[in-house]
Ligand binder design. Structure first.
Ligand code: CU
Length: 695
């Protein structure tokens, strides 16, 4: 298309997105994925500022879907958040989004339904400025993403039950053996004393990292001397990428689609869902590497620019987890809260993770270096200020704002015409890329009037960032962490413009909102069953953000060994969810006579019992669970146990002891995600060995 000829007449560009199920094979194993127009990622949608986009979305799948235009300013009804701004696109239906293109820059589109974004429903959006305002330059879309062979639902479910399988795959279990080897046993013990779970910079194990849908891509048509504008998009579901280039400096010229004064860097990190426009030069003959390394250093993906001999980069070294652990120990109070250090940290200027990197990479980009070429000050208007604390805990994978999920909080009312300022504090141990739909905000980064405009802010642990925007729209706009599994667990809020009409297409808003809330209200199952020579121990659990139903059993191989089962229903309390008051039922039978007293001087009923009970569990330092309960006959029991003591990367120790003079100790060696070898000694059942299955 000749843009010059159509420059003066805005015109409508019609595109069709055909969404379908597909099969991909990145690892030798075929896996289900979602394709747009037969490919993963979907096609790049290209526009010129002033165009009108008319996009037909044809859902060829047997499930509903949605498409959100990330960073693109669209009327609220086309924002593509199912059940909030737009109706879901039902199976085998077509939906049309038609909106004027009022900006330029690098953006992307992705599904906003369930976990679809993880398996391929995404693509790039490139919007050119009006003709004549941009010097001609080569352009290259660099759409980064992460791929796991495991089903996204399984990833999400296992994260909520504290799986350490991903740490095993990544080599980041931070077990006792590794701690001793790294002369860091003291740090490990301190960390467990403070009830911290091993920290990592990312939660999920990915099999592949992709650039434009491939582990490697070669753009051989570039010649020495070519200057290329890389339009880099992080379409990963939960991976931050370090970017490096073997052909010299990278010049950052735009962030989240908005121009910034050019700044030369040797490397930069791109947060989940951010975009950066970067100029690079092919300096010579040869093929130069643009490498995107996952922040956890478990893998990378490369785009090669130019032809000829490969000019490679040195791989980034593995993370030094125990250095990070030491730093965290120093910052964490025993109650799971961060100490107030008095240091004002913001805008990625002090990256606490640097202690884990162990290398100096030349000039590294941070938000403080981003400066808008034109003033971005907001119009004079009354300002509404919000303080948000990002909160969460790793053990149950609950991610919240002010300790409330989206469904547990009210919509936040704002009014058209006012200015909104958000002060964000990240009190968690992870970074969060917070994304605001439908608005660019100024990130107050020390550049005064020239604060950069963004729609995603990556906020590191312990940082406070301030952003502000003019409330110029209407309707509901989602503000959420863009790590897919954090968003789905409830880390977000909805900004609601007062007096907005219901978006067309949403017929029953109250019911629609319930559907939206169901994401973080999901109840998930887990189970663990041991089959050992002395009998079977097992556990089954259903849990959501706050509640847990759990039943456990011990079935002996004969009547002397007997059988027992305990069931509990309880609610987690507190930000760190250390407390769990519960009610339950305890039933047991053994063909031996109860004898004597328990440690509390009461009649011992551990062999014959059929009682209702109430109690409370509490996580003690060293991650030991204390459980104190009373049954309807007035019998008390105090029990201490811990299940997952990481002896080595795959070896776990567990123990239990209680005032009924029952005790148990055992080991489990993790073979696969679902199977382990196990052995244990139990005061009632004796010694046994066998297999443990977990789901
Ligand atoms: Cu997050």
């Amino acid at each position: 298309m000749d843009r010059a000829q159509t420059a003066d007449r805005p015109h409508t560009l019609v595109s069709h997105l055909y969404i379908s199920d597909t099969v991909v094979n990145y690892t030798g194993h075929p896996r289900h994925a979602i394709a747009v127009n037969g490919r993963l990622p979907g096609p790049t949608l290209e526009f010129t500022e002033g165009d009108t986009a008319e996009i037909y979305i044809h859902n060829g799948m047997m499930m509903e879907t949605s498409v959100h235009w990330h960073g693109v300013i669209v009327p609220n009804r086309y924002d593509g958040v199912s059940y909030l701004t737009s109706p879901p696109i039902l199976a085998m239906q077509t939906y049309v989004a038609k909106f004027p293109i009022v900006q330029h820059g690098t953006y992307w589109y992705h599904s906003h339904t369930m976990l679809q974004e993880q398996i391929g429903l995404y693509g790039a959006i490139v919007i050119h400025p009006r003709p004549g305002t941009e010097p001609p330059v080569h352009e290259q879309v660099v759409l980064l993403s992460d791929w796991a062979d495991e089903k996204p639902y399984e990833i999400q479910r296992s994260l909520h039950f504290g799986t350490d399988w991903y740490s095993i795959r990544k080599g980041s279990t931070q077990d006792y053996a590794a701690a001793i080897k790294a002369h860091s046993l003291n740090a490990k013990l301190t960390s467990e004393w403070k009830r911290m779970f091993p920290m990592d910079v990312s939660d999920v194990y990915y099999d592949r990292f992709l650039v434009n849908g491939q582990p490697q891509e070669a753009a051989t048509h570039y010649k020495p001397g070519d200057k290329i504008r890389l339009r880099i998009i992080n379409g990963g579901s939960s991976t931050y990428f370090w970017l490096q280039y073997s052909g010299g400096k990278m010049t950052v010229i735009a962030s989240d689609g908005k121009e910034v004064d050019p700044v030369d860097v040797d490397r930069l990190i791109i947060g989940v869902s951010e975009t950066y426009d970067v100029l690079v030069t092919v300096p010579d003959s040869g093929s130069f590497e643009l490498r995107a390394t996952a922040e956890d250093r478990t893998g990378s993906t490369s785009l090669w620019l130019g032809s000829g001999a490969k000019v490679t980069l040195k791989p980034l070294p593995p993370l030094r987890y125990f250095e990070g652990m030491r730093m965290m120990n120093g910052m964490m109070k025993g109650n799971g809260e961060m100490k107030e250090t008095g240091m004002a940290m913001s805008n990625q200027t002090m990256d606490m993770n640097t202690v884990m990197y162990g290398e100096s990479g030349g000039t590294t980009l941070n938000y403080g270096m981003l400066r808008s070429p034109t003033p971005t000050t907001l119009p004079e208007a009354p300002t509404r200020v919000f303080h948000f604390n990002l909160t969460g805990n790793m053990n149950r994978y609950v991610w919240t704002i002010d300790n409330k999920t989206v469904s547990e909080s009210d919509k936040i009312l704002i009014r058209h015409g006012e200015n909104v300022r958000i002060i964000l504090f990240n009190g968690t141990m992870m970074r969060h890329p917070m994304h605001l739909h439908g608005h660019f905000f100024r990130l107050l980064n020390g550049q005064g009037e020239y604060a950069p405009l963004k729609e995603v802010v990556d906020i590191l642990p312990m940082e406070t960032d301030t952003l502000e925007f003019a409330a110029t729209e209407s309707g509901d706009w989602f503000f959420h962490c863009h790590i897919l599994y954090h968003m789905m667990s409830g880390m977000g809020r909805i900004f609601h413009y007062e007096d907005s009409p219901t978006p067309p297409g949403i017929k029953d808003p109250a019911r629609a909102l319930k559907k939206l809330y169901s994401d973080d209200r999901e109840i998930r199952p887990m189970a663990r069953v041991g089959l050992e020579s002395n009998g079977s121990d097992g556990e089954f659990m259903l849990a959501d953000t706050r509640y847990r139903f759990q039943t456990e059993w011990r079935l002996g191989a004969n009547p002397q060994k007997g059988y027992e089962s305990e069931s509990h229903f309880g609610r987690y309390l507190g930000k760190m969810q250390y407390w769990l008051p519960y009610i339950g039922w305890d039933f047991r039978y053994r063909s031996v006579v109860d004898s004597g007293k328990n440690l509390l001087g009461q009649t011992d009923t551990k062999n014959h019992r059929n009682v209702f009970c109430a109690g409370v569990q509490y996580i003690l330092p060293m991650l030991v669970i204390a459980d104190l309960r009373v049954d309807m006959r007035g019998n008390l029991r105090l029990q201490l146990d811990r299940e997952d003591i990481p002896v080595t990367s795959r070896l776990r120790m567990n123990f239990m002891i209680n005032t009924d003079k029952e005790y148990m100790a055992g080991f489990r060696y993790i073979l696969t995600k679902y199977v382990g070898l196990s052995t244990h000694y139990d005061s009632d059942m004796g010694w046994g060995a066998g297999l443990t299955f977990n789901y």
